[in-house]
Design a protein around this ligand. Structure first.
Ligand code: ADP
Length: 584
């Protein structure tokens, strides 16, 4: 009977999948899941969006986008988040090029470059200017001197990031290339991160030369964007994953390995770059998350595939260029068959990498798998507890029995945990809400290759937890936001924070608190992109918090000042609320 029972299929709404639709369809076919290409009246288990969390109004299931991700990884916001982490942990965050935000930091940029040139006259830097919100190399140019920034028009209307240009990239076949790696943020709280074992390498189409005034404008030499290089006469479409202008990252690794490079070290550096970058992004994401999906209200859970653009330096050090909230999941490209005649043709390199990433993301968030795991646990529990009782009554426990007892205890604890978890969830939130539980025939999983996504967090959490300081500052910020649905703190909220954490004293009056609030908030709002809400944004609060920490713990390094103040605030709030639980 069990063998013939109907397998409850996971339901996926693909109506908003846009350009990722083809790769999604192939993945769903491989998984034998049920696709709803035009949406569905009943809720689906998973909603696959091509652009943003807000593509659909959803109140249950899972969505493949986090609210606020696009805003959080914009060039300026990412640069700010990385700067905050570089201020706290300069050595740990040296994988991101030194950057300045234009127009507001133009004077700082000019002054710092002059200072560095004065102290090291042999330093001949190049800088890259990238418009905020741009993509595919749009509006990007290189300069040798701060005075070369094109101030006319665009900078004023369209802010940008100016960044130190990495002049000595690793070359393959004399060409510059970058790596697109796919990273799955499976959950924000608790933090769960996976990295795809393979990615893409995108090649320039002109041999690389270090930047000079003569070659600065040669985009096919300096910019690795596929969308630019495809227009070069030298672009090579290829059926093979290890030749042409777009190759798999694994084929590059093979090549490097045959040259004697330490690939293990390279991977470990890449993993640490990814974890540290996500740690820099989570505070902002949590603010958006609580605003869009307030705790206690029905809402979906989120996961997201991110595209990390990484450049390898000649010495194999990976440098982060940017993070894409909507990495292209297209598995075909346009080809000019004869002059003026274009056709979409399949791209085997893209298909190999991208279908695996989408399919395995779905396998990891599979709501039925979790349900099956829970049932398996209950079965295991009843079998082992029964078996265990019998043995206890009749015999002296052997070593095997002791292990057995231990497992039984562990299972019972796990079971209690899962039952508790289940009882907290509403029917809509329960995994696999749309499918009934049935004894399933062998799953299509058995026929699938092993997962291409590798868990890196919490696997390596111990090494990186100390970096999650701004997360704790963000938790304080969110606590004092008060009214759900906002992302900015009002003056009363800020005063309550100071009062509840007992940070005001004779040297720091409440009037001074108000001045601090007004000064910082006004400055951040004058340069902010989001003018929808008034009040203090998270970054402004972080700046105010750092100010307070510096005032209170003068002689310590910044990260220790901040850590001490966070600790102090958490303790005082815990005392106030009579429980430490919240801040654990
Ligand atoms: P876009 O979103 O427009 O693609 P990127 O930040 O990815 O902007 O930059 C485009 C390209 O410029 C990258 O793919 C890379 O080849 C090159 N590039 C960007 N930043 C740097 C840098 N700091 N040093 C060297 N090359 C860079």
């Amino acid at each position: 009977g069990a063998q013939t029972a109907r397998r409850p299929g996971v339901t996926v709404d693909s109506s908003k999948a846009k350009t990722s639709l083809e790769a999604l369809k192939i993945s769903l076919r491989q998984l034998r899941w049920k696709e709803f290409p035009f949406g569905r009246r009943l809720p689906c288990d998973i909603y696959w969006h091509g652009v943003s969390f807000h593509d659909n109004n959803i109140f249950s299931g899972q969505v493949n986008k986090f609210p606020g991700m696009m805003e959080t990884v914009r060039k300026i916001t990412l640069s700010r988040a990385m700067r905050t982490m570089q201020d706290l942990f300069p050595l740990e965050y040296n994988f991101y090029p030194r950057s300045w935000i234009l127009p507001e930091e133009l004077p700082l940029f000019v002054a710092e470059v002059r200072m560095m040139k004065d102290s090291n006259p042999s330093w001949k830097p190049t800088f890259i200017v990238k418009p905020d919100g741009g993509c595919q190399g749009d509006g990007i140019y290189l300069i040798k001197d701060p005075s070369d920034i094109r101030l006319t028009g665009s900078i004023q209307s369209r802010p940008a990031v100016v960044q130190e240009y990495i002049c000595k990239p690793l070359l393959v076949d004399k060409l510059k290339f970058d790596i697109r790696l796919y990273v799955l943020l499976k959950s924000l709280e608790p933090l769960e991160i996976y990295i795809a074992k393979d990615g893409l390498s995108r090649f320039c189409t002109e041999p690389y030369q270090e930047p000079t005034l003569k070659n600065l404008h040669q985009v096919f030499m300096h910019l690795t964007n596929y969308s630019l290089n495809i227009h070069s006469g030298n672009f090579i479409h290829s059926d093979s994953v290890n030749t042409g202008s777009k190759r798999t990252f694994s084929s590059i690794l093979c090549r490097l390995s045959s040259r004697g490079a330490d690939i293990k070290k390279l991977w470990s550096d890449i993993i640490s770059l990814v974890i540290k970058t996500i740690i820099a992004l989570t505070p902002e994401l949590k603010v958006y998350y609580q605003s869009d999906i307030p705790a206690g209200k029905p809402g979906p859970t989120c996961f997201q595939i991110l595209g990390f653009d990484i450049l390898l330096m000649k010495n194999l050090k990976p440098m982060l260029l940017e993070v894409n909230a909507n990495p292209s999941m297209r598995i075909e490209h346009e080809q000019e068959l004869s002059p003026g005649v274009f056709e979409n043709v399949p791209s085997p390199v893209d298909e190999e990498v991208k279908v695996a990433v989408i399919r395995d993301t779905l396998r990891l968030v599979d709501p039925l798998k979790k349900k099956r795991k829970d049932t398996q646990l209950i079965d295991d529990y009843s079998y082992f507890s029964l078996h265990h009782c019998k043995k206890c009554c009749f015999s002296e426990p052997s070593m095997k029995d002791k292990q057995h007892k231990h497992r039984s205890l562990k299972l019972s604890l796990k079971l209690k945990f899962y039952l508790k978890l289940g009882s907290c969830q509403s029917p809509e939130q329960a995994p696999g809400a749309s499918g009934e539980l049935a004894a399933a025939p062998p799953s299509p999983e058995a026929a699938l290759p092993s997962l291409c996504l590798k868990q890196v967090f919490p696997k390596y959490a111990k090494q990186f937890s100390y970096l999650r300081l701004v997360d704790r500052v963000a938790a304080l910020f969110i606590h004092f936001l008060g009214v759900k649905g906002t992302t900015k703190l009002g003056p009363t909220g800020f005063r309550t924070f100071i009062r509840n954490c007992k940070l005001s004293n004779s040297n720091f009056s409440m009037a001074a608190v108000d001045i601090l609030y007004i000064d910082i908030t006004r400055r951040w709002n004058s340069m902010g992109i989001d003018h929808k809400e008034s009040g203090m944004c998270l970054q402004a609060f972080v700046e105010a918090f750092f100010c307070l920490a510096q005032k209170k713990f003068k002689s310590l390094p910044l990260h220790e000042q901040v850590a001490q103040l966070v600790e102090l605030c958490e303790c005082r709030l815990a005392a106030l609320h009579g429980k430490r639980l919240l801040w654990g």
